[in-house]
Design a protein around this ligand. Structure first.
Ligand SMILES: Nc1ncnc2c1ncn2[C@@H]1O[C@H](COP(=O)(O)OP(=O)(O)OP(=O)(O)O)[C@@H](O)[C@H]1O
Length: 494
C-alpha cells in the first residue's frame, strides 16, 4: 500500500503505524482497526468503524497524530477521518486469511504480518485492499469515449484542469480519494459551497478518474433536476422499474445540486431507495449542494440523515493567488494570451465566482482578438469596466435576460422558448442561454427548463458556441456586449 505525496513514494501503512506508535496507550484504543486510505497534499484519510470512534479520534487523538505525521512527512499534515462500518470486519477477515491461506504459510519470517492481507498493488495508485469495481481487461479508446458519454461527463472538467488552493484543497483530496477507492473512502461524499466554486468540476473529475482507473465501471452524472424529471416522467408513463434499473445498476453515482430535491416528495422517496440500494452494495455516491445537508430543511429527515453518513467537505471562494492561478491555467488550456498584470487585474475584480472570473478573461481576450491585437492592462480595464466590486452587483433574473434579448433581437419570449430553429432565432436563443450562464447563478438544467424544457446539454452547447463565436465574429461580440450592458442597466434601475 503506497501513495504519492509531493513526489515522494510513501508506504501508508508504515506511515500510519509510525504515527500511532507515538500515542499513549489510552489514545491507541481509538485507532484500533483504523485504515489509512490515501494521502494527498499532506491530507491523510483514515477510515474507522463508527461515528463514536471518529468523534473520539478527532477530539482526543488528532493533534498528536497530526504532529507525528507532520514530522514524518516534513510538511504540514492533516488527518481526515471517515466512517466505514466494515473496517473491523476486514481486519478480522484478513487475520483469518493470514492464518488459513497457504500463501501466508509461505511467508518469510521477517515479512510484516500487517501487510499480508494486501495483494501486490497492480497499478501502484491506491491501497489495493480496497474493493474496486471489476475491471475487465483493457478497453479501446472508443469504448472509453463511449463510457464518458454514457456517464454524461464534461471532458473539460478533469482533475488535471483543477487548480488547488487553500479554499478547495480538502474537497479536492476527498474527491481524489473517493475516485481511487469508490464505495470505500467515504460514502456518500458531499461537496458543498456557493455557486461557481468548482463543485460540478470536481464531480465530473471524479467520474473521469474512476473511468481511467477502472475502465469497466459504470459511472453516471446526473443533475438533481434531471433526476426529478426522470422520476416524474417515469411515474407518469408507468416506467418506474426501468428508472430503478437505470440508477441502481451503477458503480458510481454523481448527483449535482441536491438542494433541488427539496420539497419534491415523490422524488425524495425514489432517491431514498436508490441511495439505499447503492449504499448497501458499497457503490459510491457523490453529491454536491449549495448548503451542508443539515441545512436542507425541507428534505426528509431520513435522507438528510443519510447524507451525513460519510464525509462532507466545503468549498470556499478562492483567494487572490488561486484566482490568478485559475486564470493562468484557463488561458493556457484555451490558448488565450494575456499578460500577468491583466490576469491580476481580473482576479482582483472578480472575487467569489470562478465562472465569472473565466467569463471576464474570455471577454477581454475575445475583444482583443477581434481587433487584431493582444490584450493589455489598459484594454482589459476598458473592456471590463462594468465589473463592479462584489456586493454591488444587482440581481439579474432569467426573465429580464429573456425580455431584453427578445426586445434586442426582435423576437418574442415565446419564440425564444419555442422549438422553431430558424437561424437568427437559434442565435438569439443561444445568446440568451449564454447570458443566463454568465449573469445568473442558475444551473444548466434550470436554464434548459426555462427555455422550453430543453436538456441541460443544449445549454452547455449554447454556452460553448457563443464563446467561440464571440472570438470569431465582431457582430456577435458586439451583440453580446451591448445586451449585457442593457441587462445590467435595467437590473440597476429596477
Ligand atoms: N479550482 C478550479 N480550477 C480550475 N477551474 C475551476 C476551479 N474551480 C472552478 N473552476 C471552473 O469554474 C467554472 C464554474 O465551476 P462549477 O460549474 O464547477 O461550479 P459549481 O460550484 O458547480 O457552481 P454551481 O453551483 O453554480 O453549479 C467551471 O468552468 C470550472 O471549470
Amino acid at each position: 500500500m503506497s501513495d504519492v505525496d509531493h513526489g515522494q513514494n510513501i508506504d501508508l501503512r508504515d506511515l500510519w503505524d509510525q504515527a500511532v506508535s507515538t500515542l499513549s496507550p489510552g489514545a491507541k484504543v481509538w485507532v484500533y482497526g483504523a485504515k489509512p486510505l490515501s494521502l494527498h497534499d499532506g491530507i491523510l484519510i483514515v477510515a474507522v468503524q463508527d461515528d463514536l470512534t471518529r468523534a473520539q479520534l478527532e477530539s482526543r487523538v488528532r493533534p498528536a497524530l497530526e504532529q507525528a505525521l507532520t514530522s514524518r512527512l516534513g510538511r504540514d499534515a492533516r488527518l481526515v477521518v471517515t466512517i466505514d462500518p466494515t473496517v473491523l470486519d476486514d481486519l478480522e477477515t484478513n487475520l483469518q486469511v493470514d492464518k488459513d491461506t497457504p500463501a501466508s504459510a509461505e511467508l518469510d519470517e521477517d515479512d510484516d504480518l500487517d501487510e499480508t492481507d494486501e495483494p501486490a498493488d497492480r497499478d501502484g495508485l491506491t491501497p489495493s485492499w480496497v474493493s474496486r469495481p471489476a475491471a475487465v481487461g483493457p478497453v479501446s479508446s472508443e469504448q472509453h469515449r463511449n463510457s464518458i458519454a454514457e456517464a454524461r461527463l464534461n471532458p473539460r472538467y478533469q482533475f488535471e484542469n483543477f487548480v488547488i488552493g487553500s479554499s478547495n484543497r480538502f474537497a479536492h483530496a476527498a474527491a481524489v480519494a473517493a475516485a481511487e477507492a469508490p464505495g470505500k473512502a467515504y460514502n456518500p461524499l458531499v461537496i458543498h459551497g456557493d455557486s461557481g466554486l468548482g463543485k460540478t468540476h470536481l464531480l465530473h473529475a471524479i467520474g473521469h478518474y474512476v473511468l481511467n482507473l477502472y475502465p469497466s465501471s459504470r459511472v453516471r452524472y446526473v443533475s438533481s433536476e434531471e433526476f426529478v424529471n426522470d422520476v416524474i416522467n417515469a411515474i407518469g408513463e408507468n416506467r418506474t422499474p426501468a428508472l430503478r434499473r437505470k440508477y441502481r445498476e451503477i458503480d458510481v453515482l454523481l448527483v449535482d445540486d441536491i438542494q433541488f430535491l427539496e420539497r419534491k416528495e415523490s422524488t425524495q422517496e425514489e432517491f431514498f431507495h436508490t441511495f439505499n440500494a447503492l449504499h448497501n452494495e458499497n457503490k459510491q455516491i457523490v453529491m454536491t449542494s449549495d448548503r451542508p445537508p443539515q441545512e436542507l430543511k425541507t428534505l426528509e429527515e431520513r435522507l438528510r440523515n443519510r447524507f451525513t453518513w460519510g464525509l462532507q467537505t466545503e468549498m470556499l471562494p478562492p483567494d487572490l493567488e488561486t484566482r490568478i492561478a485559475i486564470l493562468r491555467k484557463k488561458a493556457s488550456n484555451e490558448k488565450l494570451t494575456a499578460p500577468a498584470d491583466v490576469l491580476e487585474f481580473i482576479a482582483s475584480k472578480v472575487q467569489t465566482n470562478i465562472r465569472e472570473l473565466e467569463g471576464a478573461l474570455i471577454r477581454a481576450t475575445a475583444f482583443a482578438n477581434l481587433n487584431g491585437t493582444t490584450v493589455d492592462l489598459q484594454l482589459a480595464q476598458i473592456v471590463l469596466k462594468d465589473l463592479v466590486a462584489e456586493g454591488e452587483e444587482p440581481e439579474i433574473s432569467i426573465g429580464l435576460i429573456m425580455a431584453q434579448t427578445a426586445a434586442y433581437s426582435e423576437f418574442t419570449i415565446e419564440e425564444l422558448c419555442s422549438t422553431n430553429r430558424s437561424r437568427d432565432l437559434v442565435l438569439a436563443r443561444q445568446i440568451a442561454m449564454y447570458l443566463c450562464r454568465e449573469l445568473t447563478e442558475l444551473s444548466l438544467p434550470k436554464i434548459g427548463q426555462e427555455f422550453g424544457n430543453r436538456d441541460h446539454t443544449t445549454v452547455m452547447h449554447a454556452e460553448r458556441k457563443i464563446r467561440k463565436l464571440m472570438a470569431e465574429k465582431h457582430a456577435v461580440y458586439n451583440q453580446v456586449t451591448e445586451l449585457t450592458a442593457r441587462i445590467k442597466q435595467q437590473a440597476r434601475q429596477s
